[in-house]
Design a protein around this ligand. Sequence first.
Ligand code: PGA
Length: 254
Amino acid sequence: MTRLPFIAGNWKMNLTVKEAREFAKEVADKIPATDKVEAAICAPSTHLETLVSLTENSNLNIGAENCHFEKSGAFTGEISPLTLADLGVKYVILGHSERREYFFESDELINKKAKAAFEHGLVPIVCCGETLEQYEASQAVDVITKQLKVDIAGLEKDQAEKLVIAYEPIWAIGTGKSATKEDAQKMCKAVRDVVADIYGQDVADKVRIQYGGSVNPTNIAEYMACPDVDGALVGGASLKVDSFVALLEGGKLA
Ligand code: PGA
Protein backbone atom coordinates (compact mmCIF):
# COMPACT_ATOMS: atom_id res chain seq x y z
CA MET A 1 0.00 0.00 0.00
CA THR A 2 1.53 3.29 -1.01
CA ARG A 3 0.48 6.27 0.98
CA LEU A 4 1.46 9.79 -0.04
CA PRO A 5 3.79 11.17 2.65
CA PHE A 6 2.26 14.10 4.47
CA ILE A 7 4.25 16.74 6.32
CA ALA A 8 2.19 19.28 8.25
CA GLY A 9 3.44 22.28 10.18
CA ASN A 10 1.71 23.21 13.40
CA TRP A 11 2.44 26.85 14.05
CA LYS A 12 0.57 26.90 17.39
CA MET A 13 0.24 30.50 18.68
CA ASN A 14 3.26 31.81 16.80
CA LEU A 15 4.05 34.35 14.06
CA THR A 16 2.19 37.55 13.32
CA VAL A 17 -0.03 37.86 10.26
CA LYS A 18 2.73 39.92 8.63
CA GLU A 19 5.24 37.13 9.27
CA ALA A 20 2.77 34.55 7.96
CA ARG A 21 2.35 36.60 4.78
CA GLU A 22 6.12 36.72 4.27
CA PHE A 23 6.40 32.98 4.89
CA ALA A 24 3.64 32.19 2.38
CA LYS A 25 5.11 34.41 -0.33
CA GLU A 26 8.54 32.89 0.10
CA VAL A 27 7.46 29.26 0.40
CA ALA A 28 4.79 29.13 -2.32
CA ASP A 29 7.05 28.12 -5.21
CA LYS A 30 9.40 25.99 -3.10
CA ILE A 31 6.98 23.18 -2.28
CA PRO A 32 7.96 19.89 -3.97
CA ALA A 33 5.68 18.17 -6.52
CA THR A 34 2.45 16.81 -5.07
CA ASP A 35 3.10 13.26 -6.24
CA LYS A 36 6.09 13.06 -3.88
CA VAL A 37 4.85 14.64 -0.69
CA GLU A 38 1.85 16.56 0.53
CA ALA A 39 2.51 19.72 2.51
CA ALA A 40 0.32 21.72 4.85
CA ILE A 41 0.70 24.56 7.30
CA CYS A 42 -1.78 24.62 10.17
CA ALA A 43 -1.97 28.13 11.53
CA PRO A 44 -3.91 30.32 13.97
CA SER A 45 -7.39 31.13 12.66
CA THR A 46 -6.48 34.82 12.35
CA HIS A 47 -3.85 33.90 9.72
CA LEU A 48 -5.87 31.52 7.59
CA GLU A 49 -7.46 33.85 5.05
CA THR A 50 -4.11 35.45 4.26
CA LEU A 51 -2.38 32.08 3.97
CA VAL A 52 -5.10 30.55 1.79
CA SER A 53 -5.13 33.48 -0.62
CA LEU A 54 -1.34 33.62 -0.95
CA THR A 55 -0.95 29.87 -1.53
CA GLU A 56 -3.95 29.27 -3.79
CA ASN A 57 -1.83 28.43 -6.81
CA SER A 58 0.83 26.54 -4.93
CA ASN A 59 1.21 22.98 -3.63
CA LEU A 60 0.81 24.09 -0.03
CA ASN A 61 -2.42 23.21 1.79
CA ILE A 62 -3.63 25.21 4.73
CA GLY A 63 -5.07 23.82 7.94
CA ALA A 64 -6.55 25.16 11.17
CA GLU A 65 -5.45 24.17 14.67
CA ASN A 66 -8.89 23.60 16.14
CA CYS A 67 -12.58 23.97 15.42
CA HIS A 68 -15.92 23.70 17.19
CA PHE A 69 -18.36 20.88 16.51
CA GLU A 70 -21.27 23.19 15.68
CA LYS A 71 -21.36 25.15 12.46
CA SER A 72 -22.80 28.29 14.08
CA GLY A 73 -24.43 29.53 17.26
CA ALA A 74 -23.79 31.14 20.63
CA PHE A 75 -20.21 29.93 21.17
CA THR A 76 -18.24 33.09 21.84
CA GLY A 77 -14.66 32.88 20.67
CA GLU A 78 -15.04 29.57 18.88
CA ILE A 79 -14.20 28.64 15.27
CA SER A 80 -16.83 27.17 12.96
CA PRO A 81 -15.85 24.23 10.75
CA LEU A 82 -18.23 25.62 8.12
CA THR A 83 -16.33 28.92 8.09
CA LEU A 84 -12.98 27.14 7.84
CA ALA A 85 -14.17 25.14 4.84
CA ASP A 86 -15.64 28.29 3.32
CA LEU A 87 -12.26 30.01 3.62
CA GLY A 88 -10.59 27.24 1.62
CA VAL A 89 -8.98 25.52 4.59
CA LYS A 90 -8.40 21.80 3.99
CA TYR A 91 -7.19 20.31 7.29
CA VAL A 92 -7.87 20.83 10.97
CA ILE A 93 -5.74 19.57 13.85
CA LEU A 94 -7.95 18.07 16.54
CA GLY A 95 -7.11 16.85 20.02
CA HIS A 96 -3.57 18.19 20.17
CA SER A 97 -2.12 17.43 23.61
CA GLU A 98 -1.94 21.17 24.36
CA ARG A 99 -5.69 21.44 23.80
CA ARG A 100 -6.31 18.34 25.87
CA GLU A 101 -4.17 19.68 28.72
CA TYR A 102 -4.84 23.44 28.77
CA PHE A 103 -8.38 23.49 27.39
CA PHE A 104 -9.60 20.26 28.94
CA GLU A 105 -10.63 18.63 25.67
CA SER A 106 -11.95 15.12 26.16
CA ASP A 107 -11.93 12.25 23.68
CA GLU A 108 -15.73 12.58 23.42
CA LEU A 109 -15.37 16.24 22.42
CA ILE A 110 -12.63 15.43 19.92
CA ASN A 111 -14.90 12.79 18.38
CA LYS A 112 -17.72 15.34 17.94
CA LYS A 113 -15.28 17.73 16.31
CA ALA A 114 -13.92 15.03 13.98
CA LYS A 115 -17.43 14.21 12.78
CA ALA A 116 -18.23 17.90 12.29
CA ALA A 117 -14.98 18.47 10.40
CA PHE A 118 -15.81 15.72 7.90
CA GLU A 119 -19.40 16.91 7.60
CA HIS A 120 -18.11 20.28 6.40
CA GLY A 121 -15.47 18.91 4.07
CA LEU A 122 -12.40 19.33 6.29
CA VAL A 123 -9.95 16.50 6.95
CA PRO A 124 -9.05 16.15 10.61
CA ILE A 125 -5.52 15.47 11.82
CA VAL A 126 -6.40 13.70 15.06
CA CYS A 127 -3.64 13.72 17.67
CA CYS A 128 -2.94 11.12 20.31
CA GLY A 129 -0.04 10.42 22.62
CA GLU A 130 1.09 9.50 26.11
CA THR A 131 2.78 11.39 28.96
CA LEU A 132 6.33 10.61 30.09
CA GLU A 133 4.99 8.83 33.14
CA GLN A 134 2.79 6.62 30.98
CA TYR A 135 5.66 5.98 28.58
CA GLU A 136 7.95 4.94 31.41
CA ALA A 137 5.25 2.64 32.78
CA SER A 138 5.00 0.97 29.32
CA GLN A 139 1.41 2.16 28.98
CA ALA A 140 1.82 4.05 25.68
CA VAL A 141 -0.02 1.57 23.47
CA ASP A 142 -2.90 1.27 25.96
CA VAL A 143 -3.18 5.06 26.26
CA ILE A 144 -3.36 5.80 22.54
CA THR A 145 -5.71 2.85 21.96
CA LYS A 146 -8.10 4.19 24.58
CA GLN A 147 -7.90 7.71 23.14
CA LEU A 148 -8.41 6.70 19.51
CA LYS A 149 -11.23 4.25 20.15
CA VAL A 150 -13.29 7.25 21.23
CA ASP A 151 -11.70 9.99 19.07
CA ILE A 152 -12.40 8.28 15.74
CA ALA A 153 -15.53 6.28 16.58
CA GLY A 154 -18.61 6.31 14.37
CA LEU A 155 -17.15 7.71 11.14
CA GLU A 156 -18.34 6.62 7.72
CA LYS A 157 -15.89 4.29 5.99
CA ASP A 158 -15.06 6.85 3.29
CA GLN A 159 -14.33 9.40 6.02
CA ALA A 160 -12.17 7.03 8.04
CA GLU A 161 -10.02 6.33 4.98
CA LYS A 162 -9.19 10.01 4.66
CA LEU A 163 -8.22 10.43 8.30
CA VAL A 164 -4.82 11.64 9.30
CA ILE A 165 -3.67 10.58 12.76
CA ALA A 166 -0.67 12.11 14.48
CA TYR A 167 1.07 10.10 17.17
CA GLU A 168 2.76 12.66 19.39
CA PRO A 169 4.32 11.52 22.67
CA ILE A 170 3.80 14.49 24.97
CA TRP A 171 7.31 14.22 26.37
CA ALA A 172 8.75 14.75 22.88
CA ILE A 173 6.77 17.89 22.01
CA GLY A 174 8.92 21.02 22.01
CA THR A 175 11.55 19.33 24.17
CA GLY A 176 14.19 18.35 21.61
CA LYS A 177 13.84 14.81 23.01
CA SER A 178 12.39 13.08 19.98
CA ALA A 179 11.23 9.48 20.08
CA THR A 180 13.53 6.80 18.69
CA LYS A 181 12.62 5.56 15.25
CA GLU A 182 11.84 2.18 16.82
CA ASP A 183 9.32 3.76 19.21
CA ALA A 184 7.83 5.90 16.45
CA GLN A 185 7.36 2.85 14.23
CA LYS A 186 5.95 0.72 17.05
CA MET A 187 3.46 3.40 18.05
CA CYS A 188 2.38 4.33 14.52
CA LYS A 189 1.80 0.61 13.88
CA ALA A 190 -0.27 0.50 17.08
CA VAL A 191 -2.32 3.42 15.76
CA ARG A 192 -2.89 1.56 12.50
CA ASP A 193 -3.96 -1.54 14.44
CA VAL A 194 -6.61 0.50 16.27
CA VAL A 195 -7.97 1.76 12.96
CA ALA A 196 -7.94 -1.83 11.61
CA ASP A 197 -9.86 -3.05 14.67
CA ILE A 198 -12.58 -0.47 14.14
CA TYR A 199 -12.74 -0.06 10.36
CA GLY A 200 -10.90 -3.07 8.93
CA GLN A 201 -7.42 -3.50 7.48
CA ASP A 202 -8.33 -2.01 4.08
CA VAL A 203 -9.21 1.31 5.72
CA ALA A 204 -6.22 1.14 8.08
CA ASP A 205 -3.91 0.68 5.10
CA LYS A 206 -5.15 3.98 3.64
CA VAL A 207 -5.00 6.13 6.78
CA ARG A 208 -1.94 8.34 6.98
CA ILE A 209 -0.17 8.30 10.31
CA GLN A 210 2.30 11.00 11.30
CA TYR A 211 4.88 11.05 14.03
CA GLY A 212 5.19 14.34 15.90
CA GLY A 213 7.51 15.59 18.62
CA SER A 214 10.78 17.46 18.01
CA VAL A 215 10.94 16.50 14.35
CA ASN A 216 13.48 18.57 12.43
CA PRO A 217 15.39 18.41 9.13
CA THR A 218 18.17 16.33 10.69
CA ASN A 219 15.96 13.54 12.06
CA ILE A 220 13.03 13.47 9.61
CA ALA A 221 14.64 10.91 7.27
CA GLU A 222 14.84 8.22 9.92
CA TYR A 223 11.14 8.55 10.71
CA MET A 224 10.13 8.58 7.05
CA ALA A 225 12.01 5.31 6.56
CA CYS A 226 9.67 3.55 9.03
CA PRO A 227 6.97 1.54 7.22
CA ASP A 228 4.06 2.81 9.32
CA VAL A 229 5.20 6.43 9.59
CA ASP A 230 3.64 8.34 6.69
CA GLY A 231 4.78 11.80 7.63
CA ALA A 232 5.24 14.24 10.46
CA LEU A 233 3.41 16.90 12.40
CA VAL A 234 6.01 19.54 13.11
CA GLY A 235 5.90 22.50 15.47
CA GLY A 236 9.12 24.51 15.93
CA ALA A 237 10.84 23.39 12.74
CA SER A 238 7.88 24.50 10.58
CA LEU A 239 8.17 28.17 11.50
CA LYS A 240 11.01 29.00 9.11
CA VAL A 241 10.83 28.57 5.34
CA ASP A 242 14.27 26.92 4.98
CA SER A 243 13.58 24.39 7.64
CA PHE A 244 10.02 23.61 6.47
CA VAL A 245 11.19 23.13 2.89
CA ALA A 246 14.05 20.89 4.07
CA LEU A 247 11.51 18.71 5.90
CA LEU A 248 9.53 18.35 2.67
CA GLU A 249 12.68 17.46 0.77
CA GLY A 250 13.47 14.61 3.14
CA GLY A 251 15.72 16.52 5.50
CA LYS A 252 19.24 17.92 5.72
CA LEU A 253 20.19 21.47 6.86
CA ALA A 254 22.77 21.38 9.62
P1 PGA B 1 7.43 20.25 18.04
O1 PGA B 1 5.82 20.25 18.14
O2 PGA B 1 7.77 19.81 16.64
O3 PGA B 1 7.83 21.69 18.29
O4 PGA B 1 7.94 19.31 19.06
C1 PGA B 1 5.07 19.22 17.56
C2 PGA B 1 3.60 19.43 17.82
O5 PGA B 1 3.23 19.87 18.91
O6 PGA B 1 2.77 19.17 16.93
